[in-house]
Design a protein around this ligand. Sequence first.
Ligand code: CU
Length: 178
Amino acid sequence: MPRSVLATALTVALLSATPTLAEEAAPPEMAKATLINTDGEEAGMATLTQGPSGVLIHVKVEGLTPGKHGLHLHAHGVCEPHEGFKTAKGHVGKVPGGHGLLNPEGPEPGDIPNIFVGADGVGEMEAFTSLVSLVEGPNNLLDEDGSTFILHEDADDHLTQPIGGAGARVACGVIEAD
Ligand SMILES: [Cu+2]
């Protein structure tokens, strides 16, 4: 092969291996959830951002009892305050005996760390999980029947079944593509 033809072939190969600008600039997949309390009043906001290996979660709440509260991803995208938010169903990816970030048999994909609420009733947390997705797989939070954040009355000890002793459901937010 003449040298100039080889050089051209190499250039074409290199160009085709370079990502296009559109691919590089593609924004991350985002979702959000407005949390409501058991009176149906707004109690906070959550944002979710898809990263290359999981989802970054940010939650901010207000008007809640000070202290630690269990926070989970639940498997159904309906928040009905008068039903005690039972309409959100169980945890994403729930398996018997599998709840808890510290559970040798766990965790469930819906398990995330607690949120801490201060004396002023305001709480905020950031967490990352590779067990769920906003774009694909069996634990896609934006699947057909949706998903929710559920904030519980008490702390999750990350071990006790079935919900870490976290008690009643006090706030709920439907996760929606943003
Ligand atoms: Cu829960």
